[in-house]
Design a protein around this ligand. Sequence first.
Ligand code: F6R
Length: 248
Amino acid sequence: IPTKIFTTAKQGSAYAAQQIAELIREKQAKNENCVLGLATGSTPKSLYAELVRLHKEEGLSFKNVIAFNLDEYYPIERDAIQSYHRFMKQQLFDKVDIDQNNCHIPDGTTAKEEIKHHCAAYEQKIAEAGGIDLQILGIGVNGHIGFNEPGSSIFTKTRLTTLTNSTRLANSYEFANISAVPRLAITMGIGTITKAKKVILLAWGSTKAPVIREAVEGDDTEHVPASLLQNHDDVTFVVDEAAAAELT
Ligand code: F6R
């Protein structure tokens, strides 16, 4: 997997933001929509800050952007502090000129019996938008992408899934305690993600170094979901020096 190593997360984020901005402008010039797949968590915060800066200071418009987020906890209210709806509004959507009707996130308030339909409709909306042009990913310390935990197959689509305890622990800082972290989530599948025309995975910090090595240099295996990206023909890992430390 081609890997670009930057001294700091800020520099890596600026590179990724530049890739996104170029794609948005290229599509604007052709009067086309730009379909972005977006991630949450701590990793893309500096990316979204840079995109907001490009909007405010360099006139980058998001009017032609259609966004699909990877995942959302289940169940969760949209306005809960920890919801990815709230995260995306705070980090990006409320700070740029994107049409709110073009902002799609799996709905953590969907009734249990509606989930299958909701997930199928999410896939359908992505397809109707013309597919994802550029998918941004983070990576879990266990190799998950989206909330596709180890064992998720390459054929998976958007679905309800069970979070591992290690993921719940890693994300518990956002909640009162680990038992308050939802056990379930709705996530795009590995199949959904790998259908994107272009993929950029971001990773910062030494906690990600072991899994970055496994994903880049290890076998492609469902045990390390990010390693399945080895089979995609336009994927780049953008990492800082700390996350790259175990690459040989
Ligand atoms: C978030 C997501 C997750 C995170 C991963 C890393 O939408 O899909 O795969 O990217 O858990 O989280 P952080 O960035 O908080 O280390």
